[in-house]
Design a protein around this ligand. Structure first.
Ligand code: NAP
Length: 249
């Protein structure tokens, strides 16, 4: 087992996940760059530096998840932080505008195949990866799980008729609502094991997920997820926050 703590970030080959990986490496972690395409992961790992290693990980593929957990056990012997960051906003053609994505994801018209695919990645993928990594996390002195969610998954905000963003409650937003529910469930399940599980909204950030229409930088977006990954023993569990503080569930 190596002395340095180890963090796994899913979907870290680009976007906010890559920045989270860079920041955790700067905080002294060996960082595993989870990437469904290994070559993309290797390129990203090089951009992080010597403390990063690519790890093939498709969160919708159980064989890939099992192999990733076995690889971590064999090569590093420990896992201290899991950042469930991988997600998709739709399954349509890449480069669709945010407006197009939102229009086709309304519950009255959304394709059931797309709904299943979005939940497979954003929700069931998190359950599968977390379960596979738990044996390693349970052995860590202070394990932390960070679920990268979104304020568009907030039921409270979506139920508010004055919220002009509630029209964005398409498939992606209900998948993040489910992720929030999972965060609370895992937090309570793992509390006695001392594993803190929190959900975070990185804010509206310019990445592929929204065709680069977001207004925040990845550097800004990574700050709150990284803070939650580094919580000390007095830190909370079962919370939902952004950089400014608590968000309504
Ligand atoms: P992004 O640039 O599109 O990155 C998404 C990452 O997830 C990519 O690395 C992608 O890999 C990976 N991924 C997708 N499906 C996967 C799978 N089946 N297995 C493994 N990896 C998979 O988007 P982002 O904005 O950085 O998103 C990161 C997180 O922030 C997501 O959870 C997102 O919901 C959340 N978030 C983003 C915003 C925003 O405004 N951008 C706002 C709130 C929350 P490929 O390169 O192979 O596709």
């Amino acid at each position: 087992m190596q002395n340095k703590p180890v963090a796994l970030v899913t979907g870290a080959n680009k976007g906010i996940g890559l920045q989270i990986a860079k920041d955790l490496a700067a905080h002294g972690f060996t960082v595993l760059i989870g990437s469904r395409n290994l070559e993309h992961g290797e390129t990203a790992a090089k951009s992080v530096g010597a403390d990063a290693r690519a790890l093939q990980l498709d969160v919708t593929n159980q064989a890939s998840i099992t192999a990733a957990a076995e690889h971590i056990r064999k090569e590093l012997g420990r896992l201290d932080v899991l950042v469930n960051n991988a997600a998709i906003s739709h399954t349509g053609k890449p480069g669709r505008s945010l407006e197009e994505m939102v229009k086709s994801a309304r519950p009255s018209v959304a394709s059931l195949d797309e709904v299943r695919a979005v939940f497979e990645t954003n929700v069931f993928g998190v359950v599968a990866v977390t379960q596979a990594m738990l044996p390693l996390l349970r052995e860590a002195p202070a394990a932390r799980i960070v679920n990268v969610s979104s304020s568009v998954g907030s039921l409270t905000l979506n139920a508010d008729p004055t919220n002009r963003y509630r029209s964005m409650s398409g498939t992606y937003s209900w998948s993040k609502t489910a992720l929030n529910a999972l965060t609370i469930a895992f937090a309570s399940d793992l509390e006695s094991a001392g594993i803190k599980v929190n959900a975070v909204c990185p804010g509206f950030t310019a990445t592929d997920l929204n065709n680069f229409q977001g207004t925040r930088t990845v550097e800004q977006a990574a700050r709150e997820p990284v803070r939650l990954a580094l919580l000390d023993a007095n830190g909370p569990t079962g919370t939902f926050t952004n950089e400014e503080g608590p968000l309504p569930w």
